[in-house]
Every structure is written in structure tokens, then in C-alpha cells.
Design a protein. Structure first.
Length: 138
């Protein structure tokens, strides 16, 4: 069999086309994942900013009301107690946020899984694993 054999050339062409198609589908998956991540980030930032403004206004009004109501009995100490409550609440929110960020899968996790499965399949190591049943993202 010579190198110019049409069967070999046709097989190499089909192999190249298959590899290109596989790469194209993985890049499309990556593009979809990046779009979803961008949309989630924009939504989260807008919602967080609105919530922060509203909560800051409410906290300011409530703090003033509590300080005035307790000023006669506690004096300046009421300001320290209010600050302590804010400190504890702020630390709790930061701990919650850290846990939430750690629990999400890394960016492009599905794409990387598919690329690893493709590489293993091409090496003949194992059959490709299906994508994990991830919960629907919003």
C-alpha cells in the first residue's frame, strides 16, 4: 500500500474532519458555559447592589431608632452594641458567601470533562463518561 493510496487519504480526511467536528462542538460548549457564567455574574451583581442599598437604608433607620430609644438607659454603650450586631451579621454573611463560592463547580467544568473523556477515548483507555447530571443553572 502506497502513501498515495486513495483509501488511506480518504481515511485521514475523515479522521481530520471528525477531530475538527469534535473540537468545534467542545468550543461551542465552552462558549455556552461562558455565556451562562456572564449572565449569572451580571444578575448577581445587580441584585447584590440593589439589596445592599436597600439594606443599608433600613439598617441606618433602624439603628437611629434603637439608639434614640435606648439612649436614656444605655447612653453611648448603645452605639457599641449596635456596632457589635453589625459586625456579627457581616461576618456571618461573609462565611456564607465563602461557602457558596466554594460549592460551585469551576468555570468550564463540563467542557473540561468532555475534553478529558475525548482524550481518553482517543487513547483507547476507556469509554467516554456521560456528563454528570448537574442541576439546572440559573
Amino acid at each position: 500500500m502506497s502513501r498515495d493510496d486513495p483509501g488511506l487519504l480518504e481515511a485521514l480526511t475523515r479522521l481530520g474532519g471528525s477531530l475538527f467536528g469534535m473540537l468545534q462542538s467542545r468550543l461551542e460548549l465552552a462558549s455556552i458555559e461562558l455565556g451562562e457564567a456572564r449572565a449569572r455574574l451580571v444578575f448577581t451583581l445587580v441584585a447584590a447592589f440593589a439589596a445592599a442599598l436597600l439594606l443599608a437604608g433600613a439598617a441606618l433607620a433602624l439603628s437611629a431608632w434603637i439608639a434614640l430609644a435606648l439612649w436614656a438607659t444605655l447612653g453611648y454603650a448603645v452605639l457599641g452594641w449596635i456596632a457589635l450586631v453589625y459586625l456579627v451579621a457581616g461576618v456571618a454573611v461573609l462565611l456564607w458567601l465563602r461557602e457558596r463560592l466554594r460549592s460551585h463547580p469551576p468555570l468550564l467544568a463540563d467542557t473540561l470533562t468532555e475534553l478529558r473523556n475525548d482524550a481518553a477515548f482517543m487513547r483507547g483507555e476507556a469509554a467516554p463518561e456521560p456528563l454528570s447530571a448537574a442541576p439546572e443553572r440559573r
